[in-house]
Design a binder for this molecule. Structure first.
Ligand SMILES: C[S@@+](CC[C@H](N)C(=O)[O-])C[C@H]1O[C@@H](n2cnc3c(N)ncnc32)[C@H](O)[C@@H]1O
Length: 200
């Protein structure tokens, strides 16, 4: 996927890792093979990643063994619906790259709710994913250029993604204050950082 996207995915993960430079305990939603988790561990974090795809978790565990990350990275086979089993106020950061566009509206709502719960009071959330551009011309252009990418993604991963119409809005409703929003690729890709609102 990364080769197909000309290194875009790895560049996104590097930008996300920079946002999390100070986070001790990180929860990664949909960790895939653990590429981002390894970056986070290399800058000092302890990461708990989970993913609903058993093959992804197997690859993440191979990465853990190959790189001796056992003490710093744990990969669990679990879907987002298992988030209610995670402890309250434990993590400094929750992160997810390229997963929200695979979730339903209800799943995203559930993820925000539990992310707010599992984060410490000053905790942050960073979500990077495909979004619907706000500009009407970019919206049309994006629809056109997205079709071949969508077909290729489906052939490789057998999954269909849906760009999110209002990622920041959903994050706010989920109990976060928006700290930063970076848009790329004509507004079709966003990295949004939120801070847990008081009283959540
Ligand atoms: C495009 S991959 C991205 C993987 C990784 N985050 C990355 O950026 O390399 C999407 C990942 O989300 C996971 N995923 C999708 N829906 C999920 C769900 N409901 N619960 C947990 N993981 C999910 C998939 O199994 C897949 O590993």
């Amino acid at each position: 996927m990364d080769k197909a996207s000309k290194g875009h995915v790895t560049a996104v993960k590097k930008a996300v890792a920079c946002e999390l430079a100070d986070a001790d305990h990180v929860l990664e939603i949909g960790c895939g093979t653990g590429e981002l988790a390894q970056m986070l561990v290399s800058q000092g974090s302890v990461v708990h990643g989970f993913d609903m795809n058993a093959a992804m978790i197997e690859a993440a565990n191979e990465r853990i063994q190959r790189n001796h990350l056992e003490d710093r990275f744990k990969a669990t086979h679990m879907g987002v619906d298992g988030m209610d089993s995670l402890p309250d106020a434990f993590y400094d950061a929750v992160v997810s790259t390229l997963v929200f566009s695979e979730l339903s509206d209800d799943e995203r709502k559930y993820v925000f709710k539990h992310s707010a719960r599992v984060l410490k009071p000053e905790g942050i959330i960073v979500i990077a994913d495909e979004v619907v551009p706000e500009n009407i011309f970019m919206k049309l252009f994006h629809k056109l250029i997205r079709l071949p990418m969508l077909a290729m993604t489906y052939l490789i991963t057998r999954t269909l993604t849906t760009p999110i119409s209002d990622l920041s809005g959903e994050m706010k409703k989920g109990g976060f204050k928006i700290k930063k929003e970076i848009l790329r690729h004509g507004g079709s890709f966003a990295m949004v950082t939120g801070k847990r609102s008081k009283g959540v």
